[in-house]
Design a protein around this ligand. Structure first.
Ligand code: TMP
Length: 260
């Protein structure tokens, strides 16, 4: 597939044009950022793993009828996706209290929520992605009331599905972030962006060991090992049987973290 010009560069991904005006190429970088860009590094191989993990999750979601932007993975770092107008809201779904929620409200870390909690953050780096109410979203036209109801239901369906998927491989889905967009070709709201250990909190079900980007945020080390563990348990790594080629990753000892 011929790659066109760069349309957008974010913290962890780049979007390139494709020969089809309604499709674009999403490229996964190795860059990692945390705390609103204050902490930055490059983690060799992270983009490759996130591309594979996100592809696996998005195609599994498509199989259960959750429409999303994925068309197909193109290579180690890239996937062909539907072009969308992103709704400028991060939809954070929480099953267990941790992270910014603990800091903000002082609720004990690890508290299990009776029902999933959905939070809305306005995507604006200059403002530090502030938490907003539903009312802000339709007052400022970021999404209509109907659209917001649809997205909220999708968030809960996705949470149900992913909780089951991860439970089956011995992982607790603690929380995660979703983004939605309006597909350029028909205006339909679909799931977009990525779902990977960069955008989820994933704890080992037996030990609560963190298998996600918190290893970077909190300087816990072994970041790539944790991401590889998630990929392995999802059956993406070392599976020759169903046409999924094993990925060559640097050995944990070879993983270089370059401070930016
Ligand atoms: P938080 O506890 O820092 O608010 O994060 C909640 C979840 O959302 C966690 O799984 C990480 C994810 N997240 C992102 O993927 N990107 C973001 O910009 C933020 C703030 C959170």
């Amino acid at each position: 597939m011929k790659k066109g010009k760069k349309l957008y560069e974010g913290k962890a991904k780049i979007i390139f044009a494709s020969p089809d005006k309604y499709l674009v190429i999403q490229h996964f970088k190795d860059d990692a950022t945390a705390y609103n860009n204050q902490k930055r590094a490059s983690i060799e191989g992270k983009g490759i793993l996130n591309n594979r993990i996100s592809e696996h999750i998005f195609s599994s979601l498509k199989d259960v009828g959750i429409e999303n932007h994925l068309i197909k993975r193109l290579n180690m770092r890239e996937q062909l996706i539907n072009l969308v107008d992103i709704i400028p809201i991060e939809f954070v779904v929480r099953n267990i209290v941790t992270g910014s929620l603990t800091k903000r409200l002082g609720i004990e870390d690890g508290t299990i929520l009776n029902k999933p909690l959905i939070e809305f953050c306005y995507k604006n780096d200059n403002l530090g992605d502030p938490l907003v109410a539903r009312e802000h979203i339709y007052a400022f036209g970021w999404a209509s009331l109907l659209e917001l109801d649809f997205i909220t239901k999708q968030c809960l369906r996705i949470n149900d599905f992913l909780q089951g998927l991860f439970k089956g491989i011995g992982i607790k889905l603690v929380d995660f972030k979703l983004e939605f967009g309006k597909r350029k070709s028909d205006g339909k709201i679909i799931l977009a962006d990525e779902i990977s250990p960069d955008t989820c909190r994933l704890w080992d079900a037996n030990t609560d060991k963190k298998l996600d980007k918190d290893r970077f945020r909190k300087d816990l080390g072994n970041i790539m090992e944790a991401y590889q563990e998630v990929a392995k348990r999802l059956g993406i790594l070392h599976e020759q049987s169903n046409n999924i080629r094993p990925i060559k990753f640097p050995k944990p000892t070879e993983v270089k973290i370059k401070k930016k």
